[in-house]
Design a protein around this ligand. Sequence first.
Ligand code: ADP
Ligand code: MG
Length: 327
Amino acid sequence: MSGLGEFELIARFFTRPTLERQGVGDDCALIDVDSQTLALTTDMLLEGVHFLPDVDPRSLGHKSLAVNLSDLAAAGARPRCFLLGLALPQADEEWLFGFSQGLFALAQRYECALVGGDMTRSVRIGDASGGVAISITAIGDVPRELCRGRSGANIGDDIWVSGRLGDAMLGLEIRRGELDLPEEQRAECFRRMDRPEPRIALGRELLGLASAAADISDGLLGDLGHILDRSGVGAEIDTAAVPRSDWTRGLDIATQRRLVLTGGDEYELVFTAPTMHRGAIAALATPEVPLTRIGRTEEATGMRLRGEDGKLIETTLRSFDHFAPRT
Ligand code: ADP
Ligand code: MG
């Protein structure tokens, strides 16, 4: 057993110097191939960890690819193709039909072709059945001169987020019976949890405007924290400015903060940009995907959070970490 968190484990065991343009520690690796730069990313989804066993297979097919395309969006890459690794307890054709329909519906929208993969039965020795495991590797391309990662934030940059945060986690908590909302709002939270929309168009429009970007898969604090760490800057965040749905706004303030600051599975983009690009970035906002300034980067490292009254708040809130010691 180890007391190290997910990112400390990666840093200790799987981070080596590389000659590639960008390697471990970012949303995508960036690999120069002749005049092209390819963006590569891989994400795993495990039954019982990332999805509930009774999830609709169509939604699961969509989400498995969406979480990977979301990393391409963070890098500003255009999706090209993907590989699919699948471990299944049994070949359930009805399940596979639904899964493939959801997967290809999203793939076709981005003209991202499935070009290979691997399949295996997931049986543990001496056990009747294993769970479903999905591993997708997605490949995109990005203009070399506009490549961006998590490390380019400068002191005094604005910090922005796309969309509204918190509803995916709200969906999970409703499913767990921990919270409840009226039917229409519940359905919207489930949609956010089951059918995240990778912000590919926005990611590409931000090329040349954003200095650094990440997608929010583990929670705003954690994913923004990666940008700050890798850029060697700190930040001040106005927590009241973090965008959220009207129904989230109706919840008590502690719950709101927990949802919008630590809720994972959002697949919105958090990014930094010089203040001179404010107008150009604001012009990219749409009713479906608003863009909101939530703070500024600063020289002093670490993150300072201001509450509704403008005062600094102390918090023990943390983003999701697969290996964080359970308290
Ligand atoms: P994301 O959520 O954007 O997919 P993570 O935050 O999960 O990325 O991972 C952080 C970084 O560590 C990424 O650059 C990822 O590629 C890398 N990484 C994660 N696990 C491993 C591993 N086992 N070996 C090498 N790199 C890894
Ligand atoms: Mg990511």
